[in-house]
Design a protein around this ligand. Structure first.
Ligand SMILES: Cc1cc2nc3c(=O)[nH]c(=O)nc-3n(C[C@H](O)[C@H](O)[C@H](O)COP(=O)(O)O)c2cc1C
Length: 376
């Protein structure tokens, strides 16, 4: 059997060695937006994994667009330099052909919060909070900061910040940029009728609610060289009555494609504390499949994909073009090696670790045999 998970693919003029992606994951370990030693070890570790696509965490395009005091940013020269150094180090240990991208983000009304291990709630007055912005002056939840409704000047400033951040990402050495349009952050807040109650050309019908993300996609695409790919992550459903729905995500994906966006990572939720998400293995794959089929754009599936045979089936069944793994990659950064061993594909251990290849193949075959016999 030839593995589809390990088949190369060309998207947005860029070739990827395989379909495995490391999902963007905040580390809450930055210093005023700048990368630290933690990021360097984290990126080098993930670079060794052999995943064809590595996307760096949600990175604030302006200081107030960070989620927490520890979030990565790309709004200063120091941010750009430290991120650039980390990515250069990661590239030096990655298999040739690994593509590195950065997720550009603005946290909107979900900015100014504590790191998860500090509680994850809104910053209190003793924790140096900052004013937040959103399409409408509606707090995410009870006791959260009430954001300022953005005026046209704010919209212009944030769009310009995305462009400036994209140019910094190019200089820092990334291959692609991903716009964070998911999880209840600023672009999603504009898309969702739960958080967008505007009465101007940015609110009301979907055509207006998607104006903000389309403006940003157009401006960022124009600012990036053609060799750099642009993608986007969307929450395909708010999982709340009266919220953003998958059919709208299809229309947004179509419009983004027309602006030169090459793929959609189909996530969901994050914009309401009342969401009811039916989680389970691959619970968001059907969104990737729907958007891929209806909008004719490459998709990346994400969410509880942690088994190599499950990942292979998603790609072989043409439900998505990539699978992205988050928690499984933290738990086992050698996941792609193990998947390759199970699926009979080649994997790229660095020469220094060559003597582990036989061990990995032994583990991979044993696991595949267990899964086949139904014992796993
Ligand atoms: C530690 C951690 C940090 C995350 N940070 C981000 C982020 O920066 N941007 C984003 O879009 N999603 C983020 N997510 C969500 C993941 O990218 C992913 O969509 C989610 O965890 C589901 O995938 P999984 O089941 O493979 O973990 C994060 C998840 C984790 C576990």
């Amino acid at each position: 059997m030839t593995s589809r998970l390990f088949a190369p693919i060309e998207i947005g003029g860029m070739v990827f060695d395989n379909r495995i992606a490391v999902a963007p994951m905040c580390q809450y370990s930055a210093d005023d937006g700048s990368a630290t030693d933690w990021h360097i070890q984290h990126w080098m570790n993930l670079a060794l994994s052999g995943a064809g696509m590595v996307t760096v965490e949600a990175t604030g395009v302006e200081r107030r667009g960070r989620i927490t005091h520890g979030c990565l940013g790309i709004y200063s020269d120091d941010n750009e330099a430290t991120i650039g150094r980390g990515i250069a180090a990661a590239r030096r240990v990655a298999p040739a052909g690994t593509r590195f991208g950065i997720q550009l983000a603005h946290a909107g009304r979900k900015a100014s919060t504590q790191r998860p291990w500090e509680g994850g709630g809104p910053l209190t007055e003793h924790e140096d909070p900052w004013p937040t912005i959103a399409p409408s002056a509606i707090a995410f939840a009870d006791k959260w900061h009430v954001p300022k409704a953005m005026d046209h000047h704010d919209i212009r400033r944030v769009t310009d910040a995305f462009v400036a951040a994209a140019k910094r990402a190019e200089r820092a050495g990334f291959d692609f940029v991903e716009l964070h349009g998911a999880h209840g952050y600023l672009m999603h807040e504009f898309l969702s009728p739960l958080s967008n109650k505007r009465e101007d050309e940015y609110g009301g019908p979907l055509e207006n609610r998607m104006r903000f993300i389309l403006d940003i996609a157009r401006a960022v695409r124009a600012a990036l060289p053609a060799r750099m790919m642009l993608g986007a992550r969307l929450s395909a459903s708010d999982w709340v009555e009266g919220g953003f729905v998958p059919e709208e995500a299809v229309q947004v994906a179509r419009a983004l494609k027309a602006e030169g966006v090459a793929y959609i990572c189909s996530s969901s939720g994050g914009n309401s504390p009342h969401q009811k998400i039916p989680t389970g293995p691959g619970y968001q794959v059907h969104f990737a499949e729907l958007i891929r089929r209806e909008a004719g754009i490459a998709t990346r599936a994400v969410g509880l994909i942690d088994d190599p045979l499950q990942a292979e089936a998603i790609i072989a069944g043409e439900k998505a073009d990539f699978v992205a793994l988050a928690r499984a990659m933290l738990a086992d950064p050698r996941w792609p090696w193990r998947a390759a061993a199970m699926l009979g594909a080649r994997f790229h251990a660095p020469v220094q670790y060559q003597r582990s290849v036989g061990t990995m193949e032994h583990w991979g075959k044993a696991q595949a045999a267990r899964e086949k016999s139904g014992a796993a």
